[in-house]
Design a protein around this ligand. Structure first.
Ligand SMILES: [Zn+2]
Length: 407
């Protein structure tokens, strides 16, 4: 029976040899052509600058930075970085003027992410002023450290303090040094754990840590438990022994919530096979990064097995009809294969990622997928697709944008 949310996968699976149909040169020219399309759509000057990294112009600046970092685009590097700077400068001015300090502390939806990306772009251009946005980023620590700083839920990835930790992690990876002091990271982790303990106790959960966002107990990467636990594992060295135990118990609890290689968007929901969400934001393609991180931290095979099962579901149901993006689109699915390639070294996953890339440019995809409101967006539109294509050219360094597990 056909699925409403995805195309049937028309490809035969890996048989031990990679296709050579779309070689490096073809992908490189697809990337530069797609960047040109994006730059025709994104506002380059102040005006419509809402949206943060998720779907605002700032996400395009990150994409340009990512392409510029790849040696295959050395010819375009300077021009891409110049444009990235122009966009991120306008984004910084927009967020500086925002009176809502809580919005400023948001990672994918607000200022924290914009300041972080501004620092990365300035640094890549050799500009000493990269310390300015970095200082603004560090100052946001005070905003998101208090346990209930957001009424809607203070802990998730997009606007909560998990996002702030995630941004700090990406900055450390890209700049090569720790941005926050150890005590600051510790305090944020404590707040996340205390908040989760309090919530789980109040709601009488039979497991130690839980969170909600606007009243919903999400499990996935976007607003849910998995990204929160992933960031705690990414900073496990600052946690006390009892805190670490709580985190691992929660990871294992989340593993028990699997339903046929997938996870429901919210706690306790029953997945309907034909209408299930197989998205980075909600479902296995996002939750898989938590188990990948768990495997990288303690090498237990059950975590790797869980990732591999997620990858099988994504191969069957990941050709999504909701566009080309990384949040709930085909590129987001394909990133799971690149992650599995890095974990296992198995070329099958490169093959699968290549097939999904091919599908993105097929007639069937064009005819049958929904259009996206902001087609330049990093998470829903073509900028995330460009990041994926660049990573397909350098699979050993590939990472889901702004969501590092190999740090
Ligand atoms: Zn999504």
């Amino acid at each position: 029976m056909e699925d409403n949310l995805c195309f049937l996968n028309p490809f035969s699976d890996y048989k031990g040899a990679l296709h050579s149909s779309r070689g490096t040169a073809a992908i490189v020219s697809t990337v530069t052509a797609t960047v040109d399309i994006i730059l025709k759509q994104v506002p380059l000057d102040p005006g419509d600058y809402d949206g943060g990294l998720y779907d605002g112009p700032a996400g395009v600046a990150y994409m340009l930075f990512h392409v510029a970092e790849c040696a295959l685009f050395s010819e375009q590097r300077d021009a891409y970085l110049e444009t990235a700077k122009r966009i991120i400068d306008a984004s910084v001015r927009h967020v500086d003027a925002d009176r809502d300090v809580n919005t400023r502390a948001a990672f994918l939806l607000g200022g924290a992410g914009i300041y972080a990306v501004a620092a990365m772009i300035y640094k890549a251009m050799g500009l000493a002023e990269f310390v300015k946005p970095l200082a603004k980023f560090c100052n946001l620590w005070e905003v998101c450290a208090p346990i209930n700083f957001l009424e809607c839920g203070s802990d998730e990835l997009f606007a909560g303090r998990t996002g702030y930790l995630c941004a700090a992690l990406v900055l450390k990876q890209k700049l090569g040094f720790e941005i926050l002091r150890k005590e600051q990271i510790k305090a944020i982790c404590h707040a996340i754990i205390d908040s989760g303990k309090q919530y789980a106790k109040k709601k009488r959960k039979p497991f130690p840590l839980m969170y909600s966002y606007y009243g919903t107990e999400y499990l996935g990467a976007a607003h849910g438990l998995s990204a929160v636990l992933q960031m705690l594992l990414s900073h496990h060295e600052v946690l006390s022994r009892p805190e670490r135990d709580l985190v691992w118990q929660s990871v294992d609890f989340l593993m028990t919530q699997e339903q046929n290689c997938n996870w429901p968007a919210e706690l306790g929901a029953i997945i309907q096979r034909e209408n299930q969400l197989v998205h980075w934001c909600h479902g296995a393609p996002g939750v898989a990064y938590l188990f990948a991180k768990a495997y990288l931290v303690n090498n237990k095979p059950q975590y790797l097995d869980t990732c591999i099962r997620s990858g099988e579901l994504v191969w069957q149901k990941g050709l999504l009809k909701k566009g080309p993006g990384i949040c709930h689109g085909v590129a987001g699915s394909a990133y799971v294969f690149l992650m599995l390639y890095r974990l296992t070294g198995n070329s099958k996953y490169i093959y699968r990622a290549q097939r999904f890339a091919e599908f993105l440019f097929s007639k069937e995809f064009k005819a049958g997928s929904c259009s996206v409101t902001r087609s330049y967006s990093l998470f829903e539109g073509l900028s995330g697709t460009v990041c994926f294509l660049v990573d397909l050219l350098q699979p050993d360094q590939s990472e889901f944008p702004l969501f590092s597990i190999f740090v």
